[in-house]
Design a protein around this ligand. Structure first.
Ligand SMILES: [Zn+2]
Length: 370
């Protein structure tokens, strides 16, 4: 991206020593839009970049299911086979910096190549390198964001970076942090997509096998939120979000699509987080988000976004899909399912991951022969 394309400043440069031995090559630093930058979504690239000679993302391939003998898929529709693709990691380290919405703390986020099978792991560099794997077992309850914790190490608002990595099929990645909270950036995952593209992707020796939803699952909460997972109608993840907040200034809207890397790049990554003005005021009265302005995310007043413009009429629903993709990444591997969400938030999304993992576990338990 040319810095001139992004008026408030995106800069790309190469610091003398970002890449360390074994981290995948020459260091490469990308300092992304400071939190007051509003970039056009059209700046998101539409194709992945690779450093291993490929020109496209690895495709899911059905392999023989020993239990059923099924080995084929018709017209991309999932059958009773097992789907696989090579795992991917980054080609080299890349950095995104910014300020956390809640804490106001600056965080230097370094996305680094990682070994096959290692998954996505946060590393608190400021705490001597304490590691927090991005898996459901480390999820902790938090308001309006997804947080993880292992021992004394916490990582906050992880959903946007996890969403970008999952959607672009980066299975293995170490994420070095200098503070607990991930940067808010412009409220979207666009900066992470740009960073991943700047790093490039490569396959590693491991194979990725998705968590495939076999029977419908539904989780609901007391406030009317609901999220449902059904067996996939495509070889991948399809997410639909139905947004309806009665009495709030955000109009009802719906968005859905198959979360291929291409669809995610062009239709989802740049969708920004949002808040009704009254909720933003209440948070600031509690001493949270004190450095956040109307330009840092979408704050809705009675007449729409305040001092800001929508990138799509249904940008809020698109952002909720972005969040669902990030929260479902806590499964620790790709998910093949059709997801339908209605007023679902981070807690409910995590509960669905738990339900999917439990359902898969119960299917794999040997039959009781007693
Ligand atoms: Zn979000």
């Amino acid at each position: 991206m040319n810095p001139a394309d992004c008026p408030s400043g995106v800069s790309v440069g190469s610091p003398p020593d970002v890449g360390a031995a074994g981290r995948g090559g020459v260091g490469h630093e990308v300092v992304f839009c400071p939190r007051r930058t509003i970039c056009s979504p059209s700046l998101v690239s539409t194709t992945s970049s690779f450093c291993d000679g490929r020109s496209s993302s690895p495709a899911w391939v059905p392999v023989l299911n020993a239990a059923t003998g099924a080995a084929t898929a018709a017209a991309g529709r999932e059958v009773a086979g097992v789907w696989q693709r090579p795992q991917q990691t980054l080609c080299k380290p890349v950095v995104v910096t910014g300020v956390g919405y809640w804490s106001g703390q600056e965080n230097r986020v370094e996305l680094r190549p990682a070994a096959a099978g290692s998954g996505v792991v946060f590393v608190r560099e400021d705490l001597g390198g304490l590691r927090v794997p991005a898996v459901l077992a480390n999820h902790v309850e938090a308001v309006s964001r997804t947080n993880l914790s292992v021992g004394t190490a916490t990582v906050e608002m992880v959903e946007h970076v996890l969403s970008a990595l999952a959607a672009l099929q980066i299975d293995c990645c170490e994420i070095g942090l200098t503070a607990a909270e991930l940067p808010g950036l412009d409220g979207s995952a666009q900066a992470y997509v740009e960073a991943i593209d700047a790093a490039g992707a490569q396959t590693v020796a491991g194979v990725s096998t998705p968590l495939r939803v076999a029977t419908p699952l539904v989780v609901e909460d007391a406030s009317g939120g609901r999220i449902e997972a059904r067996p996939p109608t495509t070889a991948g993840l399809h997410v639909t979000y139905d947004l309806h907040y009665p009495g709030k200034p955000i109009p009802p809207q719906q968005y859905g699509g198959v979360m291929t890397p291409k669809v995610y790049r062009t239709d989802v990554a740049a969708a920004r987080t949002f808040l009704p003005e009254e909720d933003a005021r209440r948070l600031q009265e509690q001493g949270l988000g004190l450095t956040v302005t109307y330009r840092d995310l979408l704050i809705f007043g009675p007449n729409g976004p305040i001092e800001n413009q929508l990138r799509w009429p249904d940008e809020c629903a698109r952002h909720k899909v972005l969040d669902v993709v990030g929260d479902l990444a806590l499964a620790g591997r790709p998910i093949h399912a059709d997801i339908s969400a209605y007023r679902s938030g981070h807690q409910l999304n995590a509960a669905l991951v738990a339900a999917m993992l439990a359902a898969e576990g119960s299917q794999q338990e040997p039959a009781d022969e007693s």
